[in-house]
Design a protein around this ligand. Structure first.
Ligand SMILES: [Fe+2]
Length: 159
């Protein structure tokens, strides 16, 4: 074997071994085929009257009082999915986030062991200057490892 053929064979062998091991690694940790389009942006419910099963399973459900008083504490509960999303080693909710308008308010990071459910409660106390119009938009978001980033929002009034 001449030197050129040896080098060509060695390089091609290394590349193919690398590809096989990378693919095997990906399949080991993500054995389910992933719809890459779900990772290209923020997913939201397209038509609230006709939610798809994917939307029902992933859109954050926000439970908060319709009206709160400035400076008083209140709770905002965020659940992932109308029926709670599964939490297993191959498919789980990585985190739940809450924003006050565009401002990040909090984030809960979750493990995939199965005992933790994708639901979080945040305790807030808003000041009057955070809502000059008397209305505050609460935005909840979550990351599913297989189905991407999902977001929903509700408006509450601040008196
Ligand atoms: Fe999911």
């Amino acid at each position: 074997m001449d030197r050129r053929l040896f080098l060509k064979t060695a390089v091609m062998g290394s590349i193919s071994t690398g590809l096989i091991s990378t693919t095997a690694f990906a399949e080991r940790y993500f054995p389910v085929k992933v719809d890459q389009s779900l990772f290209e942006g923020i997913n939201r419910v397209k038509d609230p009257a006709k939610k798809t099963p994917l939307e029902k399973g992933h859109v954050p459900v926000i439970i908060a009082p319709a009206s709160v008083k400035a400076g008083e504490m209140f709770s905002v509960e965020v659940a992932v999915g109308e029926n709670l999303h599964p939490m297993g080693p191959n498919h789980w909710i990585q985190d739940i986030e809450l924003y006050i308008g565009n401002e990040p308010a909090g984030k809960v990071t979750m493990q995939s062991k199965g005992y933790l459910k994708p639901k979080a409660t945040f305790t807030l106390a808003l000041q009057k200057d955070s809502a000059p119009s008397g209305k505050v938009t609460l935005v909840a978001a979550q990351h599913c490892n297989l189905h991407g980033y999902w977001e929903s929002n509700i408006d509450i009034s601040l008196t």
